[in-house]
Structure formats: C-alpha cells, structure tokens
Design a protein around this ligand. Sequence first.
Ligand SMILES: Nc1ncnc2c1ncn2[C@@H]1O[C@H](COP(=O)(O)OP(=O)(O)OP(=O)(O)O)[C@@H](O)[C@H]1O
Ligand SMILES: [Mg+2]
Length: 493
Amino acid sequence: MQIEMKDIYKAFGKNQVLSGVSFQLVPGEVHALMGENGAGKSTLMNILTGLHKSDKGQISINGNETYFSNPKEAEKHGIAFIHQELNIWPEMTVLENLFIGKEISSKLGVLQTRKMKALAKEQFDKLSVSLSLDQEAGECSVGQQQMIEIAKALMTNAEVIIMDEPTAALTEREISKLFEVITALKKNGVSIVYISHRMEEIFAICDRITIMRDGKTVDTTNISETDFDEVVKKMVGRELTERYPTRTPSLGDKIFEVKNASVKGRFEDVSFYVRSGEIVGVSGLMGAGRTEIMRALFGVDRLNSGEIWIAGKKTSIKNPQDAVKKGLGFITENRKDEGLLLDTSIRENIALPNLSSFSPKGLIDHKREAEFVDLLIKRLTIKTASSETHARHLSGGNQQKVVIAKWIGIGPKVLILDEPTRGVDVGAKREIYSLMNELTERGVAIIMVSSELPEILGMSDRIIVVHEGRISGEIDAKEATQERIMTLATGGR
Ligand SMILES: Nc1ncnc2c1ncn2[C@@H]1O[C@H](COP(=O)(O)OP(=O)(O)OP(=O)(O)O)[C@@H](O)[C@H]1O
Ligand SMILES: [Mg+2]
C-alpha cells in the first residue's frame, strides 16, 4: 500500500501541533518516525487512521484521496495501529482481548471459540508467545500485554502496521522475535511505520526515517545515509554532545539498606544498600523480579521476611504512605496505572502530593504553588500550553515527565526510579540525567531500575544485577561492561 500525507495541519485548541507535515510510505518498507516528545508523531498517525480529523492537508492511498472517519474503517482498509498506550481489557481473557469487536461466529450467531483459539495460537506461535488464552489479561505483565496487542494487529492481515513505541516493555528476546516478524512481513510487501525513541532499534530495523520537529517534517532519508548524531541534531535542532552528563559523586553514609528480603514466589534473599549521594543501578532481564523488589521495598506488597534499615535504624514499611513518610519516593514503570491522574491537571498532579508545603497556615499559597509547578515544567521540558491541561492530553513521553516532576517535588531522601526514561526523547533524557545528578549532589540516594544497558552504565556508581528473583552479582561502575552485566543477568558467572 502506498500512502501519501501532504501538508497536514492540526491544532488542539490553541496548541498548533502539526503545521505542514508530509509523510510517505511505500510498500514493503519499515519507516521510522522520530521526533521529541510532543512533536506530533502519534497525532499524525491518529489522523491517518481517522481518530482525529486534520484541519488541512491531503491524504492519498494508492493514488486516491482517502479519509477514514474512524480507526475501524482504517483497519478494514488494511491499516492496523498498535498504540503507545495499551488498550487491554484487564477483566477479559487473553482470547477475548484478541478478538474484541471481531469475534468469529457461525451463521446462527454462535461464537466459534475453537476457530478463534486456533487462529490466536497460530499467531502466538509466530511470536513465540506462550500465554494461556483463557487467562485474564489483567494478570499478564506489561510486556505480555504488549505482545497481545502486537498479535492482535498482526491478525488483521494488514498491509500497513503502525507501531507506536512497541518495544518499551519487551524483553530482548521478545524484541528480536518482533524484528523477525517485521522482516517476514516486509518480504510480503507489508509496510511498517515504526515510532520509537530507541535509536539502536531504528538503526537495526528501519529502511527510511522521517524526522519531525516543531510541527513540521525536517527530513526524510535512507537509514544507511544517516547516523545517530545527525538524527539527534535534526530532532532537537542543536548538537547534543554527550548522552550522559559526567558524574562526580560524593558518597555519604548508608541511608537505605535491605537485608535478606523475600516475597514468596517473586524474589528471595535480596540484600543491598545505597548511600546518600549514590546512584545504584539495578539491571536484569525483564521478569527477573526487579520491579517486584522495588514494590515491596516501597510497601506496595508485603515482605514475607527480611529487614529494612533507614539511616542506620531498623524499621518497617507498612504501605506506600508510610514509605513516603520515611523519606522514600517511587517512580513506577507503569505511569498510567500507578503514577498519574489522567483527568487531572498537570498542576494538580505535581502539586497535590506537596500541598502541605504550599499551605503553611492551612491555606494554599497559589503563587508559590504556581512558581513551583512552572519551574518543574520548564526544567523537565514538559511540552504543554498550560499547567492546567489535563494529563490525558499530553503526549506519552510528557506524561512520564509529569510523574517524575511530582516525585522530585516531594523531595524524598531515597528515590526509586523504575525505567525513568522509558518513552522519553533524547533531549529530555539528558535533562532527567542532569536532574538525577543534582539530586544526588544534594545527598539524595537513587535506586534506578533500567533495561537500557547504556543508561545503567552511563549513570550508575554501582550496579546490582537481578536474575530469577535473586541478586546474582554486584559490580562497581568502573569495572562494568555490557558483557559482564549480561552474563550475570542470564545466570552466568
Ligand atoms: N486529544 C488531545 N487533546 C489535546 N491535545 C492533544 C491531544 N492529543 C495530543 N495533544 C497534544 O498534541 C501534541 C503532540 O502530541 P503527540 O502525542 O502526537 O506527540 P508524540 O510525538 O507522539 O510524543 P511522544 O514521543 O511523547 O509520544 C502534544 O503537545 C499534546 O499535548
Ligand atoms: Mg506518541
């Protein structure tokens, strides 16, 4: 399928998001779409598939002007969309999720469960997914839910598949499986629009790249004719010299320590500590138990055994409120479920947990609150027309920044970051890293869980690796390499 979008304009209220974007897709290509958070990538694809209507501009498909009035219509015409935010119905089974709105039934209206199961199984096999079709989708991990979404899109036999940040929650193995599938699809003439902030993936799988900035298309080129630095420069409009700011840590006392902690069936005998001013990177494969450990430390789940020490005193953490009281902060990997109130303004999302500091006499000091919120919006380059905008209306990456702003505002002494830069663009990533440095300079201790090895290596002072629910090793950052971490992460020595 040949798609041409020409001179597309789109505003949301006063926010002019697209002002003259052009985009072309030819059969059998994998076309990367890149740009900073809020550049309008998801919006452009929502316009193509009929979720939003453009204000101006033409769309033609195989040479004929075509406008879909909703995503379902686009899907019927062979364009499938794997969205950035997952659309899983947690109470329904995996099978029901796969066939929602597309159930196969007999002429008499009887659901043909066996037929659907066979089709689902076939697709899962292609993706090496081993999930029970009868299990509730809500019980699946974020990564598994992502695979369900991918399978769902593939089952439509689309000619064009839009993948918006498809790998954010996937394991290395799942990613390479996905890439195999993409390569096979390409051979059959299927085209893919590939949206990602992970540059390594763009260079591994894409044929061409279109870069957007300030609502316009900056450039479309062949991947083979460009490189990392050039792409970054076109995206942010300036040279970005280093990906990681230099760290000169000054380490204080052990401020947080966990000894022999276990949660049945999740992890066992976990012991580690972090000093004030230190960044401890926590590496490991997806599913190794890193997030489970962090949840338990923060009091979301109960420890079955083990001790927690804060500033040299043995203590316990009963629940998240208690954790916050004791100086802990937790930026979760799943911003939509745990970190963000979608139908609440950015201002309230950031300020609500801090209200006491703006209301010394019981009355909110709105001026102080506004200054505080604006500072964080600026610092984290949250792209929004106003602090009153509801979080729902922000782009995916900008939502992540609001979650970070909220926790920084609370001012914890120990900050747990779970995948802090997932879905965040290169420029903003760097801002987050500098902010981490500033926090540690003020004595904050940071525990950072990350699946991106370069990030672990670039920012940690010490690295612990988790394998199948146990800590399989600890490495000083100076001696760490990708290979050493990977060896420990896969159970080697
Ligand atoms: N439904 C909406 N209502 C109002 N504003 C919106 C809506 N959807 C998107 N926007 C705004 O449009 C702009 C572009 O958002 P979009 O989601 O397309 O960005 P993106 O390039 O996909 O970013 P990211 O990399 O963070 O996913 C943002 O400023 C966002 O706030
Ligand atoms: Mg997006």
